[in-house]
Each structure stands twice: as C-alpha cells, then as structure tokens.
Design a protein around this ligand. Structure first.
Ligand code: GDP
Ligand code: MG
Length: 440
C-alpha cells in the first residue's frame, strides 16, 4: 500500500490546487487502507463520503501538496471520531460505583477486570472484583487469581452451592462493598463464543439488578469486520456506556475501533495490549488513528512539511524585520494578524513581564490601532512599500483621505522609521538577520 500511496503523493505533488480528481485519487487509497485495517464496509463508505465533502470545502494549504492535505484531513477526522467524546469513567456520587463488563467469551473481560482493578487502585480507589461468570467451571477461579495479582479482593459465590445465580451474586457483592467500604465494584460477567439470547438476557438482568454507573463493552481488536454485528447485538441486548479494546498487542490494525465507535456512538475508554496486568492504558485516539490508517510515515512527513513551512514563514518575517527592509505593508499585515487574536488589551495582559510597560501599553488601545490602520490604508501601495517617498504633500493627502490630522500621519511615519532602525541595529548587534551582519 505505501508504494501505491507514495506514487499517488508524487503524482499529485506538482499541482497547486485541490481538484475533485486529486481528492478522488487519494480517497481511493484511504478506502483501501481502511478496508485493510478491517473497518466495516458501511463505516468506510460513510467515512469516505464525509472526507470528500470536507476536502472539497477545504482551503488549499501552501505547506502541503493535495494528497498530503487529504491525508491530513482524514487523520484529523479519524482522531475526531475516535476521541470526539473521550471521557473519564462515570463514578457514582454515593459509592460504591459499579462497573460492569460485557462481551463475547475470550474478549478479555476477566483479564480486564484485573487490569482495571490495579489501575483504579493506583488512582487511590479501593476496588472489589465480583465473579458473575458462573457459566464456565473455572471462571471464578480465574478471576480470583487475577484479583490476587492485582492485590484486590474478589467477591465470589461460596463453592459447593451448585451453579448459583449471577444476579444474586452481584446484588450481594454490592451490599458487601457498602459494608466494607469498597468504592468501586467491577462486575465480571459470562460470555459466549457467539452472540446468544440467553447470554444477553443474563447480562441484561445483572444490569437491571445492579444499575451500573458504567457498562463497558469489551471487544477484541482482532475481531475485524464482525465488530459491527457484535457491538450492535450488545447495544440492543444489554446496552453499554463505553468500550474497551483488547489485544491491541496483536497485529490487528484496529479497524474495529472505528466501526464500534461509528455504529454505537459510545466512547472508547481503555485499551488493553497484552496478557500482563500492566498492559493497559487509557485510549489514545491519535495513536489509533495512525494505526488504522497505517500511514505513520506519511503522517510524520506531513507534520515535518508543515513545521518546515511555518519555520520558513517565520524566517522570512524575521529576515524582513531585521534587514531594514520592513515596509508599512508588512507593518499593517502584522497588526492585522495580531488583532485577529482579540482585543489588544487582552493580548498585552498575557505577556509575561509586561508590568513596567503597562502605562505605555495602556495607551495603545483599539481605537488608536483603528486609526493607524486607517492611515496605512490611505496610502498607495508604492508609499507603503517605500515610506521614504511620503513627503509633505503626500502626508496631507493621506491625512485628508483617512480622516486624521497631518500630525498623526507624521507620528506614524516617524515611529515606523525609528522602529525599523532599531530592528536593524539589534540584528547587527546580535549577528543575525540580513543587512550584511552575518558572522561567517
Ligand atoms: P473473557 O472470556 O472475556 O473473560 O476473556 P479472558 O480475560 O479470559 O481472556 C481470554 C484470553 O485472552 C486469555 O488467554 C487472556 O490471557 C488473553 N488476553 C486478554 N487480554 C489480552 C490482551 O490485551 N492481549 C493479549 N495478547 N491477550 C489477551
Ligand atoms: Mg472471563
């Protein structure tokens, strides 16, 4: 894929504008990348349509070629979708908070219970695990082992009581947590290999009985295209408030993340990436977007191109500022750029060490800037480029044209020359900028 993309990038790099053809060519590559990442087809289609829309309305970047620009838009959109509603765990006002885990068998629920418990403990919580998977003979024991490793208590039905009722276990566990002052209860539930009615009903019953603050749908990132049907089944059968992706240490490109997010609208809260308890982290949308796109190198290139462009712009500005070639046109541009950021008073207030200059700065109010702007606008382009030519009669014309006095025009022109001289002197002293002051 990267070869194809590279050639697309090259073939597009010569053009200056984003045409429909540019967008379509890159969109095709993106479509393949998403499908290769196992994003479900309907999700891919909807996503590509959205991207095309946005790319068509986008301003043409000067820093990037069209293909890079489309990839950048795709990446931003992906990060937005994956993390648009990133949020913390919902916890109850009156503890214990209840976090219920749901998902297919083998998704990684029991392992996650231990990871979550350890993570919560590190955050200063006192979590308790609850074994509500009474389906598989060994499930309770597995949770107990995980709990021991995490250093937390596991609530389990007394052995020898037959199969037991998970709803009852969950209820009793929460009573126990209140008593013993655990502030978070993590409920592990049973899963089946495929979606099935009985499993859904059991999970729904547990949810109904314990009213969790959070129901986390645990999904194996390797599940690929099946992510959509599984997520829909759990959404309709149990309902969930958040998603955890597991097995991200595998080679899955993570398309399941995008599918589940798009289809259910629920946020992805955590990521599991290994069998050990510490292989766990909060979910990072940017990392996942880059993984799904599989274009890490291209994204790095884009970032570098943009940085390089910004740097060039800054250097050009500095060069002008210090070379004694600053014009009133530049001056006006700078002023407008600064003013776009808000009222001048606010800006000055944010400057560190502006204390002593306060009085002086206080006199620079927005009205005054309006007048300066009016004066410069009243000049011809030639006058702005070469302020030396602004003689007496020109000053009178400018003053009349912009509704100010000749004195104000004089003030502006004189201050401009002073500023320009000062900049050039500073540049000379510090050995940077143009004007022949280079040290080599
Ligand atoms: P459950 O049936 O949903 O409770 O799933 P388990 O927690 O029992 O996990 C099923 C298998 O997947 C176990 O062998 C785990 O060790 C393994 N597993 C769980 N999470 C991860 C993960 O993030 N990465 C890897 N490589 N294996 C995992
Ligand atoms: Mg389990």
């Amino acid at each position: 894929l990267s070869d194809r993309l590279t050639s697309a990038l090259q073939s597009l790099s010569r053009k200056g504008r984003l045409s429909d053809a540019d967008i379509d060519a890159t969109a095709r590559e993106i479509r393949i990348a998403l499908l290769e990442a196992d994003v479900a087809l309907p999700v891919v289609k909807a996503f590509i349509a959205k991207i095309k829309d946005r790319a068509k309305g986008a301003e043409v970047s000067q820093a990037l070629n069209p293909a890079q620009q489309v990839v950048k838009i795709v990446n931003e959109e992906l990060v937005g979708i994956l993390g648009g509603e990133t949020r913390r765990l919902n916890l109850a006002k009156n503890p214990p908070s209840v976090i219920m885990l749901a998902g297919l068998q083998g998704a990684g629920k029991t392992t996650l219970a231990g990871k979550l418990a350890m993570w919560l403990k590190k955050q200063g919580h006192a979590p308790m695990l609850v074994a509500c998977d009474l389906q598989r003979p060994n499930a309770v024991n597995q949770l107990q082992i995980v709990g021991e490793r995490a250093g937390v208590t596991t609530f389990a039905p007394e052995p020898g009581n037959g199969v037991g009722d998970p709803v009852d276990v969950a209820r009793r566990a929460i009573e126990e947590a209140k008593h013993a002052q655990y502030d978070i209860v993590v409920v592990d539930t049973a899963g089946r290999l495929g979606v099935d009615e009985e499993l859904m009903k059991q999970a729904a019953d547990i949810r109904e009985a314990v009213q969790p603050d959070e129901v986390l749908f645990v999904v194996d990132a390797m599940i690929g295209q099946d992510a959509v049907t599984t997520a829909e089944a759990f959404r309709d059968g149990v309902g969930f408030t958040g998603v955890v992706l597991t097995k991200l240490d595998g080679d899955a490109r993570g398309g399941a993340a995008l599918s589940v997010r798009e289809v259910t609208g629920q946020p992805i809260l955590f990521a599991s990436n290994g069998e050990k308890l510490e292989d766990f982290d909060t979910f990072h949308p940017d990392r996942m977007a880059s993984r799904i796109l599989g274009m890490g190198d291209v994204l790095t290139l884009i970032e570098q191109a943009e940085q390089h462009f910004d740097q060039e712009q800054a250097e050009q500005a500095a060069q002008k500022l210090t070379s004694g070639q600053l014009t009133l046109e530049d001056f006006l541009e700078q002023m407008l750029a600064v003013r776009k950021m808000g009222p001048i008073g606010n800006l000055l207030g944010m400057l560190p060490g502006a204390g002593q200059m306060k009085d002086q700065l206080a006199s620079v109010d927005d009205k005054q800037l309006d007048r300066l702007q009016a004066i410069i606008r009243g000049m011809t382009p030639a006058e702005r480029a070469d302020p030396k030519m602004i003689n007496g009669s020109r000053r009178l014309r400018i003053a009349n044209g912009s509704g100010v006095t000749v004195r104000e025009v004089n003030d502006l022109v004189n201050r401009f020359f002073e500023a320009r001289k000062m900049m050039a002197q500073m540049a000379g002293r510090f050995g940077f900028g143009g004007g022949g002051g280079g040290s080599k």
